[in-house]
Write a protein that binds this ligand. Structure first.
Ligand code: SAH
Ligand code: SF4
Ligand code: F3S
Length: 478
């Protein structure tokens, strides 16, 4: 039975800050029977912004809509339901969403029966909901990151009442198992292992939009991966905002991320990747587990800054020296491991000397890639109130200097494979050259190569002939 959705349930970032010790309830997804088949003969499209967590959520949203009978429609303009899964991490992510949603006004005018639903991290911000109510009548449904499984109820309610439905939980909900997925790939799968984040880095909105850290039961994850293996999948990417904190919330058992890697290695999956790691929680057992045959020799380990004072004000809870020590141990046990990172420049008050510490750390680690960002104040986070005297021009200048170094790292990281044979999971034809195939190597390098198209979806050996900054070139060999 549907609940009463006639009253708006709006989010509250202050409430979202609170953490309880209560046990997280696990429930099994079951579709509201009244919603079964209401999409028959109709179509949907999901627009996704943000991180892999959102991509994985969008696969679940697609699964739920297909449960209801809707079919996927590549063409937005002729869809009957559009779900926009949003990201709040930086101002430009939010601006992209407002641009997109503005353009949907015309779609709604053409097709008044079109249902537009908004979800994801922006839906968890009260300022966003207030803006939607004031200026975006074209939006019919808003739900948050904790209640995706209730989407059938919301669509049903909107169809029955023709009213706007706004239902966003500020505190985390339960862990929902048995969710349907429509996966984008039939060889590579996202697998959520935990939800939420308890780190509260002072610049970051995620702990407020995704709630407290909750780990899925190992059995549920292992069974999901076993099923993926049975379905022919070759690669899984384990997802969480801080996968190294996996299991810390278990009350009855002592089971950590390293234990999970060890157990998943036994499922027969060929490749395991994971993201994202928090350096403080990366322990020695996980560093050792990186040597398991199925765990790929690439680690994304966001450092954010190379200066201890800045790290402290970011609340990262590690020092430059501790970070470098973990990098040393990673390299010692996994020679040739490829390391990538995230870096923020222009954190409030960052001085030129402090920025130079970041540049020197980049040199010391030898990153082979990085996502780099200019600090973006997020309303409700502590750093948004910090005094910021660095000009935007100076921040751009720092970003440019950082890019030069990072790009050199990309190139050096690629050059080391020239003349070597690497294993590539073939994704398909290259977008830039339809005569070439492409895919990713074990070290997560994009490889474009000449080869046999019947091997799409398989792992092949490729001899690397040339290195560019962003990709490798090669030829398939036996
Ligand atoms: N949980 C992951 C990813 C968080 S978001 C982690 O901790 O690494 C991805 C990246 O966005 C972060 O690593 C950080 O570099 C960047 N980021 C987060 N908030 C930001 C902000 N307010 N301004 C600029 N960059 C930000
Ligand atoms: Fe944000 Fe920090 Fe959590 Fe990553 S670890 S999601 S940067 S608060
Ligand atoms: Fe964005 Fe939310 Fe992911 S803010 S980066 S979609 S966790």
């Amino acid at each position: 039975m549907s609940k009463d959705y006639s009253k708006y349930l709006k989010p509250d970032l202050n409430k979202a800050r609170k953490r309880t010790k209560e046990k997280v309830e696990k429930i099994l997804y079951q579709i509201n029977e009244e919603a079964l088949n209401i999409g028959l003969g109709k179509t949907y499209n999901v627009v996704t912004f943000g991180c892999q967590g959102n991509e994985a959520d969008s696969e679940v949203i697609s699964g739920i809509l297909e449960n209801m009978g809707y079919n996927k429609n590549e063409d937005l303009a002729s869809s009957d339901v559009i779900v926009v899964n949003t990201c709040a991490i930086r101002e430009n992510a939010e601006n992209k969403f407002w641009g997109t949603i503005g353009s949907f006004k015309a779609l709604k005018q053409k097709n008044p029966d079109l249902i537009i639903a908004i979800c994801g991290c922006m839906a968890q911000e009260e300022k966003v909901i207030n803006n939607i109510l004031a200026k975006y009548p074209q939006i019919d449904i808003v739900f948050g990151t904790h209640n995706i499984h209730l989407l059938p109820d919301y669509i049903l309610e909107h169809i029955n009442s023709s009213k706007k439905v706004i239902n966003v939980f500020s505190n985390e909900g339960c862990i929902v198992e048995n969710l349907p997925h429509v996966r984008v790939s039939n060889k590579k799968a996202w697998v959520n292992i935990m939800f939420g984040c308890d780190e509260f880095c002072t610049y970051c909105i995620v702990p407020y939009t995704r709630g407290r850290e909750r780990s899925r039961d190992p059995e549920d994850i292992i069974n999901e991966v076993k099923q993926l293996v049975a379905d022919g999948y070759l690669e899984v990417t384990l997802l969480g905002q801080n996968v190294n904190a996996y299991g810390k919330d278990f009350k009855e058992k002592d089971y950590t991320f390293a234990d999970l890697l060890i157990d998943l290695d036994k499922t027969g999956i060929t490749r395991i990747r994971y993201t994202t790691s928090h350096p403080r929680d990366l322990d020695q057992r996980t560093i050792e587990a990186m040597t398991l045959p199925s765990v790929m020799p690439h680690l994304h380990l966001p450092v954010q800054s190379g200066n201890n004072e800045v790290l402290k004000r970011m609340n990262r809870k590690y020092t430059r020296e501790e970070y470098l020590d973990k990098i040393r141990r990673l390299k010692e046990l996994n020679p040739g491991i490829s390391l990538t990172t995230d870096i923020i420049v222009g954190f409030p008050g960052e001085t030129e000397e402090q920025f130079l510490d970041t540049l020197s750390l980049v040199d010391e680690v030898g990153y082979e890639g990085a996502f780099t960002f200019i600090f973006s104040p997020r309303t409700g986070t502590p750093a948004a109130t910090y005094e910021d005297l660095v000009s935007m021009e100076e921040k751009h200048n720092r970003l440019d200097r950082l890019h030069d170094k990072i790009n050199q790292g990309y190139l050096d990281g690629n050059l080391r494979f020239v003349g070597k044979v690497v294993k590539v999971l073939v994704d398909g034809y290259s977008k830039n050259d339809p005569n070439m195939l492409n895919g990713y190597s074990e070290h997560n390098k994009l490889v474009n190569f000449k080869g046999d198209a019947s091997k799409i979806g398989q792992i092949v050996n490729v001899m690397i002939t040339e290195a560019k900054t962003w990709f490798l070139m090669g030829e398939e060999v036996e």
